[in-house]
Ligand binder design. Structure first.
Ligand SMILES: C[S@@+](CC[C@H](N)C(=O)[O-])C[C@H]1O[C@@H](n2cnc3c(N)ncnc32)[C@H](O)[C@@H]1O
Length: 397
């Protein structure tokens, strides 16, 4: 679809959004000009999402929740955080220590977790949040300020990962999919890298996708990928590869002394992710609850994500001396942690019906149940994690 074709199916930008998007586009054009007119998709995504003060996550649009661009599991229902709290309680009972949440969004999951953990009598010593978005961090502060003092006093915001290894849990819901990724297309004579160049029409702030030779790191990653896949990728096959996963997991491993790194995200094991039939990749953009696949429009005011290759995450974990202790669908994880019981014990039929609807969104295959996966990477934590008692998909990795 062309840029104007994509725009025609999206709600129009408000004047403020148009001004903001133009500022982000101008910044990226300046970098394009300094880079001979071509940027890798990874760099384009990094600037569009995280350019200081301007990128989608760095600046102040509403983003998450019903009034924003997309809805995440903690925003669908507190049932998600209540189930997750049971998994956290089980780990904290053994390790003690703290919880570090990466990218805490609106703060809703943190509020639910702390409230539930207090009810379980297993509170973390502190609840640290590492958030790259100043705007979202402000939302988190105002939401978590409403907790009772004994809970809110445990919450701290970090500027960077802790230097001293922690005991407990590191949680990341829908963070890995926001790591900037590279894009490639298979050609008969090797892979080509898909990046971004200035648009060719009248709009001086437009972009279009353009190919360049794959550099050594991307070519090597694609060679390894193709060697590991059961079927060859056909000519024209386009997808993504996130080379930031390994350094990210390595950095998280450095700060996990004993405990569990729990990642929840939409994603697949490698052989399913790079299936020949998934020939145009998994890149998605989100704008006002509409999903589309054109990252060159609404730059800086829409989210850009790609699904997570969980085999890459598992390999990165093993390389960082972590153990892959669990891999399951979100549905299996939540059901194993007692989702149905939480619905059944609702106070009255109206509330039960509401919770049943929310639970369906979290677990039905056509909603979030199958596409979202949960992976546990652990160190020194010999607990049979309850969330993975119903399903073990590690053989697919
Ligand atoms: C899709 S939102 C998910 C928010 C929240 N976890 C939820 O489920 O509602 C992605 C979040 O990750 C944050 N983020 C992105 N990259 C990050 C990084 N490298 N470290 C920490 N947070 C990050 C964003 O600012 C945002 O809060």
């Amino acid at each position: 679809m062309t840029a104007s074709g994509t725009r025609s199916i999206l709600p129009p930008l408000s004047p403020e959004e148009a001004r903001h998007s133009a500022a982000v586009a101008a910044l990226i054009h300046a970098e394009l000009a300094a880079a001979a007119g071509w940027l890798s998709f990874e760099r384009f995504m990094e600037l569009a999402l995280y350019a200081p003060g301007l990128g989608y996550y760095s600046a102040g649009s509403f983003k998450i929740g019903a009034g924003g661009d997309f809805v995440t599991a903690p925003e669908v229902s507190d049932l998600f955080g209540r189930c997750l709290a049971r998994q956290c309680a089980e780990v904290l009972a053994v390790t003690g220590g703290e919880i570090l949440e990466l990218g805490a969004g609106s703060g809703r999951m943190a509020a639910t977790l702390l409230t539930e953990l207090a009810a379980h009598g297993v509170l973390p010593q502190r609840y640290a949040i590492l958030e790259v978005s100043a705007d979202l961090a402000a939302r988190q502060r105002s939401r978590l300020a409403q907790l009772p003092p004994g809970l809110r006093e445990r919450v701290v915001w970090l500027e960077r990962l802790p230097e001293r290894p922690l005991q407990g849990l590191i949680l990341a819901n829908e963070v890995a999919d926001a790591l900037p990724c590279r894009r490639f297309t298979c050609r008969a004579r090797g892979v080509r890298e898909l990046g971004v160049a200035p648009g060719e029409g009248a709009d001086p702030l437009a972009f279009h996708e353009q190919y360049a030779a794959a550099d050594a790191s991307l070519a090597q990653a694609c060679r390894e990928l193709r060697a590991a896949l059961p079927a060859p990728l056909p000519e024209g096959y386009t997808s993504e590869v996130c080379l930031r996963v390994a350094p990210w997991i390595a950095a998280l491993s450095e700060c996990l002394g004993r405990g569990v790194l729990l990642l929840c995200d939409y994603g697949l094991p490698r052989s399913h992710y790079y299936h020949p039939q998934r020939g145009s990749g998994t890149l998605r953009c989100h704008f006002k609850q509409r999903a589309h696949d054109d990252p060159c429009v609404n730059v800086g005011v829409q989210d850009i994500t790609a699904w997570v290759d969980f085999t890459r995450v598992a390999h990165a974990g093993l390389a960082a001396d972590l153990t892959v202790s669990g891999f399951a669908t979100q549905a299996a994880f939540l059901l194993a942690l007692g989702l149905e019981g939480l619905v059944a014990e609702a106070d009255d039929t109206v509330q039960r019906a509401r919770l049943a609807g929310e639970a369906r969104r979290l677990i039905m295959p056509e909603e979030m149940g199958e596409a979202f996966k949960v992976m546990a990477l652990t160190r020194g934590c010999d607990v049979a994690l309850a969330g993975f008692a119903l399903q073990d998909l590690r053989h697919l990795l």
